[in-house]
Design a protein around this ligand. Structure first.
Ligand SMILES: C[S@+](CC[C@H](N)C(=O)[O-])C[C@H]1O[C@@H](n2cnc3c(N)ncnc32)[C@H](O)[C@@H]1O
Length: 398
């Protein structure tokens, strides 16, 4: 059947090759992550493309391009976009732009259908009207100031936000290690990026343009808050703005948390957050590479949190070094292939490595035992963010 151009532009790919192509397209900004991949009638996987991806496919002929109607489960997204579209077109019309021009410059697909809310900021993905080269982005830049103002104010009202921003990409290794945000605020003009909000009884604040907040980790933050930590000293090796440090202090009742963090922006937010939650007397912030903390904190911890993905492996030797002589519990975050055998293999390798590290530090006879494996969220297709709760301690001789 010849393709029609009425649906959404997709790259068709064999299911076995879909994951590799998805990653490639995403790296280049060609994958429309606002829409989900779906099975075409032919059995091929359809990967929705951004405007730039569609242009690339047309120019290079390397991808199998098709225009397909989105799957019916996308209806809620499309309703949301339609409503957003109606409101934006009306706003442009009221600022003097003829309705037909407004609808032509900003087609439905160019408007955001979802966003992340942090405090009063709505963060949109860098797609459609926020993706240069999409046509709508250029139309937005060319609008008269009053029309631009009313369009963005309409978007903000629809998103229930007082400020609007556009997400960045975590591309560079250095950025990923520091969880730099890369987001920028686009409205109102001159707005700053500091937000504060309460999640599960904990006050968090951060500059959305400088640090990332992973909303998908909410269940893990709540789980940490439920740990029985009364009387315990906890070392958080990757504290960030206090994602896990704060639940340990506010809800889990930890006697003291040593929070290690090396990024200046995260450190500024962490100190403010510790004070905002009134827990500063029970928290020591260690600025710098957590490897340095290994010496200062050797042998003090009942529990160590290693909240870094895709891997916290660089912190495993530090974690073992800071445990008390009687051992303790580690919460090891990682991204692991989705599937019982992948999880099993990763879990075994983790336990063996922790035992070897303990032996290498003269902690002979220590054994590692997996207490629980928590699946936090899907990180990518067939890859889950998991947390292994491990007890690492000297084996008791009866
Ligand atoms: C808590 S955040 C990760 C939050 C959440 N688990 C996620 O993946 O989105 C990880 C923090 O660890 C910090 N970090 C990474 N490596 C570090 C190191 N070697 N020493 C100290 N801090 C480090 C980063 O700057 C970042 O703020």
């Amino acid at each position: 059947m010849p393709p029609t151009t009425s649906g959404c532009a997709c790259a068709l790919v064999d299911p076995q090759a879909a994951e590799a192509l998805r990653r490639r397209l995403d790296d280049c900004g060609y994958l429309d992550t606002g829409r989900r991949a779906f099975r075409a009638e032919s059995g091929a996987v359809a990967l929705p493309l951004t405007a730039a991806g569609e242009a690339y496919a047309v120019q290079h002929g390397e991808l199998s391009l098709a225009f397909l109607p989105p799957p019916t489960t996308d209806r809620r997204t499309s309703d949301k976009r339609q409503r957003m579209h109606g409101r934006c077109v009306a706003a442009l019309e009221s600022s003097g732009l003829p309705r037909a021009d407004a609808a032509r410059l900003f087609p439905v697909q160019s408007l955001p259908s979802k966003w992340e809310k942090l405090g009063d900021v709505a963060l949109f993905a860098p797609r459609g009207m926020f993706e240069s080269g999409s046509g709508a982005a250029e139309a937005l830049a060319a609008l008269a100031p009053a029309a631009r103002e009313s369009l963005l104010a309409a978007l903000a009202a629809e998103a229930g936000a007082a400020r609007l921003g556009v997400q960045g990409r975590i591309g560079q290794v250095e950025e990923a290690l520091h969880r730099k945000s890369g987001a920028r605020l686009v409205w109102p003009p001159g707005a700053g990026g500091w937000v504060s909000f309460k999640e599960n009884g904990v006050l968090y604040g951060l500059d959305v343009c400088r640090s990332m907040f992973s909303s998908g980790n909410g269940t893990e933050k709540a789980r940490v808050g439920s740990f029985p930590c009364a009387g315990e000293t906890v070392v958080d090796l990757y504290a960030g703005i206090g994602y896990f440090t704060l639940p340990y202090l506010v809800h889990a009742g930890a006697a003291h948390v040593h929070a290690c963090e090396w990024d200046e922006d995260a450190l500024a937010a962490l100190s403010r957050n510790v004070a905002a939650n009134g827990v500063e007397r029970r928290c020591t912030v260690h600025a710098g590479d957590n490897v340095q903390a290994a010496a200062t904190l050797a042998g003090v911890a009942h529990r160590v949190n290693l909240g870094l993905i895709p891997s916290s492996e660089a912190g495993w030797p530090v974690a073992v070094a800071v445990l008390l002589p009687e051992g303790g519990t580690l919460h090891v975050h990682a991204c692991v292939g989705a599937g019982a055998s992948e999880e099993d293999a990763w879990g075994r390798a983790l336990l063996a490595r922790l035992e070897a590290l303990a032996a290498g530090m003269g902690r002979r006879g220590w054994a590692a035992r997996l207490l629980h494996l928590e699946r936090v969220k899907s990180y990518a297709p067939r890859l889950n963010h998991v947390v292994a709760d491990v007890r690492l301690a000297p084996v008791r001789v009866a």
